[in-house]
Design a protein around this ligand. Structure first.
Ligand SMILES: [Zn+2]
Length: 112
């Protein structure tokens, strides 16, 4: 161990030179590394992807794309993304809209 206070080398929990207690050097760096990646990853990657899939779901296979969008929105929620709730709402609404849209197109196709 090297004393953080006086720089002396020693063994044990206290510096033999000045008596400073050893504070585990991994503790502050752990708290730091725990904080920064989380705040960095709290972006909107999954939320954005969920909303894009929702937009696709309105026109294409709503069960597939809408379902994927909802799953991504739930992942975004678990990751604490800011727009997760919005993305989830958009994904669900787009899925419903896609199903209604698809049903309307299907009905008009059948009526011909
Ligand atoms: Zn010391």
């Amino acid at each position: 161990m090297t004393c953080r206070n006086c720089g002396a080398s020693f063994q044990g929990s206290f510096c033999s030179n000045c008596g400073t207690a050893v504070s585990a050097p991994t503790q502050p760096s752990n708290a730091w590394s725990n904080q920064s990646p989380q705040s960095a990853s709290a972006g909107s990657t999954y939320s954005t992807a969920a909303m894009v899939l929702g937009a696709i779901a309105v026109f294409l296979v709503p069960i597939l794309f809408g379902g994927a969008g909802i799953v991504l929105a739930v992942i975004a929620k678990n990751k604490g993304e800011k727009n997760a709730n919005v993305a989830l709402t958009v994904a669900i609404l787009c899925t419903i809209a896609g199903i209604i849209f698809g049903a309307a197109v299907g009905a008009s196709t059948y009526s011909n």
